[in-house]
Write a protein that binds this ligand. Sequence first.
Ligand code: FAD
Length: 439
Amino acid sequence: MKTVVLGAGIIGISTAWHLLERGHEVTVVDRQPDAALETSFANAGQISVSYCEPWANRDAPLKALKWMFSSTAPLLFRPQLDWQQWRWGLQFLGQCNDAAFERNVAQLVALGAYSHAALKDVVRSTGIDYHRLERGIAHYYTDPKSFDAAAEAAALMRKYGVQRKVVSREELLQIEPAFRPFGHRIVGGTYTPSDESGDARVFTQALARLCAARGARMLYGHDVVRLECTGNTITSVAVQDQLTGATGQKPLQLQADAYVAACGSYTAPLLRSVGVNLPIYPGKGYSATFALKQPDAAPLVSTIDDEVKCAITRLGNELRVAGTIELGGYDLSLDTPLAKARCQMLADRIEQVLPGVCDTTAPNYWTGLRPATPTNIPLIGRTKVNKLWVNAGHGTLGWTHGAGSGKALAELIHGERPAMAFGFHGFEAERGRLTARVA
Ligand SMILES: Cc1cc2nc3c(=O)[nH]c(=O)nc-3n(C[C@H](O)[C@H](O)[C@H](O)COP(=O)(O)OP(=O)(O)OC[C@H]3O[C@@H](n4cnc5c(N)ncnc54)[C@H](O)[C@@H]3O)c2cc1C
C-alpha cells in the first residue's frame, strides 16, 4: 500500500516509521530541509505522561481574562479579526468545566501510557540516542495555596492510574538537589517517577534517517500546494520543490492509497481547502536553551516551575527552559516587544532558580506553534474525505504522544484495531464533537 505523509515533525515521522513497519511504501513531504525544524525543534523535552492536564479547566476563563494585559502571562489570548480564533475560543470555553476536564484527562492519560510504551519499543529496536533521561518529572511550588491545590490534582490523577506523589520541600530537594539555592522559596512539590525527558528534534531527525534507510522517499524542501479531489476522494497531492519552483517548473503530483495530514498547526487551513474543519489553532510558545557553565550543578530531573509555568530540562550539555502559550495567530516572530519580554522572562527565571549554572549571556531563543485543540486531545483518524487521514492537534503534548499517535494511525490505516481504547476519530471532530469516544 502506498501512503503519502504530509509533514515531517515528530507526528509525521512517527507515522511514517510505523507504516514502514507494516510494509507500506511511504513518501514524506516537508517544506523544511530536514525533519523536526518547526514545532518539534526545541520544545521542553518532557515525556509527560503524568502531567497531562489540559489548559481548559473551570478556572481558565477567569485567569485568561486577568492575564490579558500581562506580557509574561502563562496563557495569553490576543484577539484577532479571525473567525477561526473565535470559534476555537468558544469551543475551548465549552471544555472549561469539571466533567469535560475529567473526561479529557482520562483520554490523555490513556494515550500517554500507550505512547510511552510505543516510544520505549522504538528506542529498544532502533537504539536512537537523544539525551534521554529516565529520572521522572518534578513540579515545585512557591505559593502555599497552589501547593494545597496540587494535592487535589494529584489525587485526581491517581484515580486514572498516574503515580503522582505529593512531596515536601526536603523530599523535592533530595529528588533534585540542583534547586537547593532556590530551596528557601520552594514550599513543596509533586513527583512522577515514571516520566522522562529527551530531545524531540534529535529523536525525530534520527528516526527520519532510519525511515529513509528503510526505503521511505523523503521530499524535503517541498511545499504542499494542494490536495486534489474528485468527488469526495483525494486523487493526488500537488507538491512543489522549492528549488525547481523558483525556476517556474510545475508541481509534482503524488498519488497514493492513503494521504496523512500531519502538518501541525497548518493542518487546519490545509484540510479546510477540502471541506474538513478541524478545531486546531496555533498556540505560540517559547524556549530558551543555554550552554551549561557548571554541568555538575545542573538538574538531571526535568522540572516544572509552577510560578511562571515553565519546564526546565537538561539536554546533554545544555539546559532548556520552555513555556507560556499565546493564542494570537500564526505569528512566529521573536523580535516584537511581547516576544522579547516572554523570552527575557525565561532567562531571568533560570538565573533566579539555578544561579550561575548556565551561560545566560548567550541564550538561544526559539518559538513554535503548538497545534492546539480545545480539549488538548489530538485528532487521529479518518476524515470524511476518502483516502484522507489526519494526525494532528497534539498541542502541549506532541512529544509525549508522538510515538503512540504514529503507531495508532498506522494501525488504523493498515486495518488493525489499535491496542488501546483511545478512539478519537477525525470524522467526529469535523462534526464539532469535541469529546473523545472510547472505542
Ligand atoms: C514551547 C513549547 C514547549 C513544548 N514542550 C513540550 C514537552 O515538553 N513535551 C511534549 O510532549 N510536547 C511539548 N510541546 C509540544 C510539541 O512540541 C508539539 O505538540 C509537537 O512538536 C507537534 O508536532 P507535529 O509533528 O504535529 O508538528 P510540527 O513539528 O510542526 O511538524 C509539522 C511539519 O509540517 C510541515 N508543514 C506544515 N505545512 C506544510 C506545507 N504546506 N508544506 C510542507 N510542509 C508543511 C512543517 O514544516 C513541519 O515540519 C511543546 C511545544 C512548544 C511550542
